[in-house]
Every structure is written in structure tokens, then in C-alpha cells.
Ligand binder design. Structure first.
Ligand code: FAD
Length: 587
């Protein structure tokens, strides 16, 4: 059956007048549907056809208010204002400062090329890269023939060296996939009596292991009986078998993003924050300049790592080959005083498995907290990181079967991130089909963090194929010193530091043991807001969530930046901490 016939057949299942076009294996859809679920479903079904390399879903959904036209008008206005203001000339412009953009920037800094990374937010890592599980997946979940699988396996293997060079905390804690009476519950009517036990205890763990082995994951073991509870004592006692994967790791995703950015800058990359891309200057099917809210970045190559906005960037460049359908994930964070309660990234397998999520886990974090989640919900708004009570209740219910006695009263925070899948559900990393010097790095949903170093390596190879000359940078230094942490210092080291500078002894955040010296160093390295300090030092991340120290930190920020206290922001310029002059403080 031809691609056209397959698309027609799928469209025919829906009660709407939907038209389509196919160009170079990209399917373009137009029409009107009633519900958002239908909008997603049509895209996913067409994206699932073998041979489809992208789905551009321009179907209007009656349920969703139209906002794009207003956004496009604003962009056009800025474009006209800025299109002649030249900022500089670069070999490569990277759009987006998440884990992917910064990993590519750092990789490019190994070579003699002039690179600018452009980020619309006031800090790197404020998209999906700050709100995820921090799990370095082993590569067991992605389909065998996917790019995700190749890059996940390679990325996971690169983590020890990468984090050692950058002074970033990383631990291979391993993961456990639990097989319980609920795993095959839906098939109970076919698997009666001893057959249920046989399949759950022997056949299913073997199948799961074989999938991992075929994907290239090493060291997988099947555990049964007390072997399970020896390594994960608080796992549900009704667990029948478990698949243990030792290569799974955990990392602090924003610590890594910041470290990559710092190291890239130290090796010559320019990072331009608060700079939003609004359009492109093109000639002969090539990009000549990236137009932003600050002016034009002339360039030879453009790399699109704009996360959930990658489709809009591609559209502006005339290179639209996909639509992002945002998928929200809610995560619950528990306090550090139950550190070790769960030791591995632990999930309960449930069949049939949904196609669009690995299902979530209970994970330890690198800092000793425990997290539950994420959920996976299709949402129309790319910026929707809200968390509703029902979502918290859902997570608490869903994951409590993994460890039924878990002290849920230790919940201290919840947050949400938005994944950036396309309808083909794999990573899209390839040169644009219709623009010569534009590289897509899109659809980087999970395991994007785990794959990041391998994605950067893969991008370098593609750039070479796109005829970019890459001579080694003789001054490249792969190493970056982290901000020393009082919480991790020996007493002797701390004493020495205090003698050098008494600010090492002034503890500002007692929950996380963060000193004034660490906060000052974070500001010296570029932190310009309360949350930027938080991400760099962990101040305000403890049990009290900043209620004790936020004012002290705001005062240090004001003093170091020489700004009035009432100008201190939480994150964005609209998020001032104080609404007016602060009593007792000059402004
Ligand atoms: C809840 C959740 C849990 C996850 N858990 C894991 C996990 O445990 N392990 C794992 O491997 N992966 C996980 N992921 C996936 C992982 O977080 C992402 O794959 C990864 O963060 C994507 O990084 P990115 O750099 O592509 O995107 P982002 O981090 O979103 O970065 C894109 C950047 O582009 C910028 N940008 C956008 N438009 C413009 C513009 N016009 N001009 C300038 N800049 C622009 C944005 O501001 C943003 O900073 C999870 C994701 C979520 C949401």
C-alpha cells in the first residue's frame, strides 16, 4: 500500500474533512477537529506509519483558543525592527540553551569555530532540562530500530567521563523493574492459576531481559524472592520477580546543564541570554542570519535545539517537518531525611504498556531526596507547568504500589516539566530537507538527558557531513571546577577555607548547609536571580524550601549586584520578590 493510501485510510476513520499533502515523506495535515485528543490521535496514527519522517499537524482544534497568530504578529514586528542591527558573525548559531544546546555548544568548543548559543530565558536550562527525573536511562525502553535507542545506549556510557571532567555529581544507582500481581492483571483471564505465576516469575522477566540485551544494555539480571529485598528492602513484598539493570544513573539535570554551559564559555562559546529568536534572513535556500530580539546573528549554520518550540523555529526558517505535541509530566519531591528509603530507580511494570511513556518511577536523586513520577499527559499549551491537586493525588496513588509503606508525609515540593515529542515519537536529528544549512535536533523527549552527550557527538558528525570544517581547538580544556560545597567538605578543608575567607563559615541555608561564599561564587559565575542561585548552590532546596534564608540570599544578591533589594527577582524580570521599597532598606 502506498503512503498516500495509508494516510487516507487513517484519516477516513475520523468523522472530519481532513486534507493532506506529502512531500519527501513529510505529511502535512489540514482541517478542523472538535477535540484535542483527536488532534493528537490523528497525528500519532499517521506518525506511526512506517516511512513517515514527520507530521506537520496544522489541523485546527475547536477546543483550543488560537494564540499563534498573535505570537506570529509580534515576532514579525520585532523582526522588522531588528533585521538590520548586526550583532556579529558566527560559524554556528545554536538556538536553545537546554541540556541539548549546551552539550552541543561544549562539544563544538573542541574545535576552532565561532559559536553563539541563543537562549530566550535569563538562564540556561529553564525548559524541560530543569524539570525532569534526572535519570540516566539504561536504554532498555526505546524501540530497537529507533535513533533514541542508539543515542541512549551511547549517551549512558559517556556519563562517567563527562561528569568527572565537569565536576558534576553522578551515580550509577541501577534500576529495578518490578513484576508484581498487578503487572499482568489485565491478562488474568487468559493466565489462570499456576500459569499466571509461571509467566510472571519466569517468562516475563526473561522477555524483558532479552529486550534489553537486544537493545545493547549490559549486566541485566533477573532477581527473585529475597534477592529483591536484599537490594531494595522497602519494595512491595508482593513482588514476584524483578529485572535489575546496573547501568542506570542519576544526575542533577540543571547542575549538568550549567556545567556544560560554563565549560563551553570557558572554551570560547558565546552564550546570549534573554535573547529570543523571531525569524531568519534567507537567501538561496540557506540561512544567512538569525534575527532575535537583540539583533541579527550572521551565521553559516543553524542548530535548532529549541525544545517544545523547535517546530515554531523550523517554521520560521521554512524548514517545518514536524509538529511538537507537548506532553506534561508531574513529579513529587520528598525530603532528604528519608534518604535511602528507595535505593534504585524503581518502577512497577504494567501491561499493556502505553506507547508514549515509560511509566515513571520512584527514584533517588543525586542529592538524597526521593522523587515520584512523572505523569504523561498531552496538553495543548507548551508553557503549562501547572500542577493540580488531582495530579498529585494521581501520582501518590499510582506509585504507592511500588513501596506501600512510603512516608508520604515527607512530600516537600511538586513541579511539572513539558516533554517535546513529535508525532513520529523518535528523536529528529538531521539536516533540514529544504534549507541547506539548518540542522534539526527536535523531538528530544525522554531519554533526552541520558542521550545528551551522544546527541552532541552525533551532531558534530552531521555537521562534518554538511561540510563544516572542524579543526581541533588546541586550547580546549575539558575540565570545569564545581563550586565547592560546605555540605560535602571535610572539617579540615572547611577550616582552611574559613581562614582564607570567613564567608565559608557563614551558613546562610542551614537545611542544605550552604555558605555565603558559595552564594557569592554562584553570582560571580552568572547567577542573577534567587532561583539561579538555588540551581547552582542548592540553597533553599531543603525542608523549609527557603522560608528561612530567602531574604538573606536576596540581600546578598542585591549587595553583590549593587542593585536595590526591591529589584531582586525570583527568576524572570516580572517576578520581583518585593512589591515596592523594603522597610529598613534603602532603594
Ligand atoms: C517530566 C519529565 C521527566 C523527564 N525525565 C527524564 C529523565 O529522567 N531522563 C532523561 O533522559 N530525560 C528525561 N526527560 C526528558 C529531558 O528532560 C529532555 O529530553 C531534555 O531536557 C530536552 O532538552 P532540550 O535542550 O532539548 O530542551 P529544553 O531544555 O526545553 O531547552 C530548549 C531551550 O530552547 C529555548 N528556546 C525556545 N524557543 C526559543 C527561541 N525562540 N529563542 C531562543 N531560545 C528559545 C527554551 O527557552 C529552552 O531553554 C524528562 C522530561 C520531562 C518533561
Amino acid at each position: 500500500m502506498s503512503l498516500e493510501s495509508k494516510v487516507k485510510k487513517i484519516i477516513g476513520k475520523f468523522p472530519y474533512n481532513i486534507s493532506f499533502k506529502i512531500k519527501d515523506n513529510i505529511v502535512f495535515l489540514e482541517g478542523v477537529v472538535e477535540k484535542y485528543e483527536e488532534w493528537v490521535e490523528i497525528g500519532l496514527e499517521i506518525g506511526g506509519i512506517k516511512g513517515v519522517e514527520g507530521v506537520v499537524n496544522k489541523i485546527i482544534c475547536k477546543e483550543i483558543p488560537e494564540k499563534q497568530t498573535e505570537k506570529d504578529e509580534k515576532r514579525k514586528e520585532i523582526f522588522e525592527k531588528m533585521k538590520e542591527k548586526i550583532i556579529g558573525s558566527y560559524d554556528i548559531v545554536i538556538i536553545g540553551g537546554g541540556i541539548i544546546g549546551t552539550a552541543i555548544a561544549r562539544e563544538l568548543s573542541r574545535y576552532k569555530v565561532k559559536v553563539a548559543l541563543i537562549e530566550k530565558e535569563p538562564d540556561v536550562g529553564l525548559g524541560a532540562s530543569r524539570a525532569n527525573n534526572g535519570m540516566i536511562h539504561p536504554g532498555i525502553a526505546p524501540p530497537k530500530d529507533s535513533l533514541k535507542r542508539i543515542l541512549n545506549i551511547r549517551g549512558n556510557a559517556m556519563y562517567d567521563e563527562l561528569t568527572e571532567e565537569l565536576g558534576v555529581r553522578f551515580k550509577r544507582v541501577g534500576s529495578l523493574l518490578l513484576i508484581t500481581p498487578r503487572t499482568l492483571e489485565r491478562y488474568k483471564k487468559y493466565l489462570r492459576g499456576p500459569l499466571f505465576k509461571l509467566v510472571s516469575k519466569y517468562i516475563l522477566p526473561w522477555i524483558v531481559k532479552q529486550k534489553g540485551v537486544r537493545n545493547g544494555v549490559k549486566g541485566i539480571k533477573i532477581l527473585r524472592g529475597k534477592e529483591i529485598f536484599e537490594i531494595e528492602p522497602k519494595a512491595n513484598k508482593d513482588t514476584i520477580a524483578a529485572v535489575y539493570i546496573p547501568s542506570t544513573g542519576i544526575v542533577d539535570p540543571y547542575e549538568l546543564t550549567i556545567a556544560l554551559a560554563e565549560n563551553a564559555v570557558a572554551n570560547g562559546v558565546e552564550i546570549h541570554l534573554n535573547t529570543e529568536v523571531v525569524g531568519f534572513i534567507k537567501s538561496n535556500l540557506s540561512i544567512e542570519g538569525v534575527v532575535t530580539t537583540k539583533g541579527v546573528y550572521l551565521c553559516k549554520y543553524v542548530i535548532n535545539t529549541a525544545g517544545v518550540y523547535a517546530d515554531e523555529i523550523a517554521e520560521m526558517a521554512g524548514a517545518r517537518e514536524y509538529t511538537i505535541h507537548p506532553r506534561k509530566g508531574v513529579i513529587l519531591l520528598f525530603s532528604k531525611d528519608i534518604e535511602g528509603w528507595i535505593r534504585h530507580c524503581t518502577a512497577e511494570l504494567r501491561f499493556p504498556q502505553p506507547k508514549t511513556t515509560k511509566g515513571g518511577n520512584i527514584n533517588p536523586t543525586i542529592h538524597g531526596n526521593i522523587i515520584w513520577g512523572p505523569t504523561a499527559v498531552e496538553i495543548p499549551d507548551k508553557s503549562d507547568t501547572s500542577v493540580k491537586k488531582e495530579e498529585i493525588d494521581f501520582v501518590l496513588k499510582k506509585f504507592s504500589t511500588i513501596a506501600p509503606n512510603f512516608p508520604k508525609n515527607k512530600l516537600i515540593r511538586y513541579f511539572a516539566g513539558v516533554r517535546a515529542p513529535t508525532f513520529t515519537e523518535d528523536f529528529i536529528i538531521r539536516p533540514a530537507k529544504w534549507v541547506k544549512n539548518f540542522l534539526h535536533v527536535a523531538g528530544i523527549q525522554s531519554p533526552g538527558l541520558a542521550s545528551a552527550p551522544a546527541i552532541a557527538e552525533y551532531v558534530i558528525n552531521l555537521l562534518r557531513k554538511m561540510e563544516l570544517k572542524l579543526d581541533p581547538n588546541p586550547n580546549f580544556n575539558p575540565r570545569r571546577e564545581p563550586i565547592p560545597s560546605v555540605a560535602e567538605m571535610s572539617l579540615e578543608e572547611l577550616e582552611r577555607k574559613i581562614k582564607e575567607d570567613p564567608r565559608w563559615g557563614r551558613i546562610v541555608c542551614p537545611c542544605e548547609m550552604v555558605s555565603e561564599a558559595e552564594i557569592v561564587e554562584a553570582i560571580r559565575r552568572g547567577a542573577r536571580s534567587i532561583d539561579a542561585i538555588k540551581r547552582r548552590t542548592r540553597a533553599m532546596m531543603g525542608f523549609c524550601q527557603g522560608s528561612y534564608c530567602i531574604l538573606k540570599i536576596a540581600k546578598i544578591l542585591a549587595r553583590e549586584l549593587k542593585i536595590p533589594l526591591n529589584e531582586v527577582v525570583k527568576e524572570w524580570k516580572e517576578s520581583k520578590l518585593f512589591d515596592g521599597i523594603v522597610r529598613g532598606e534603602s532603594s
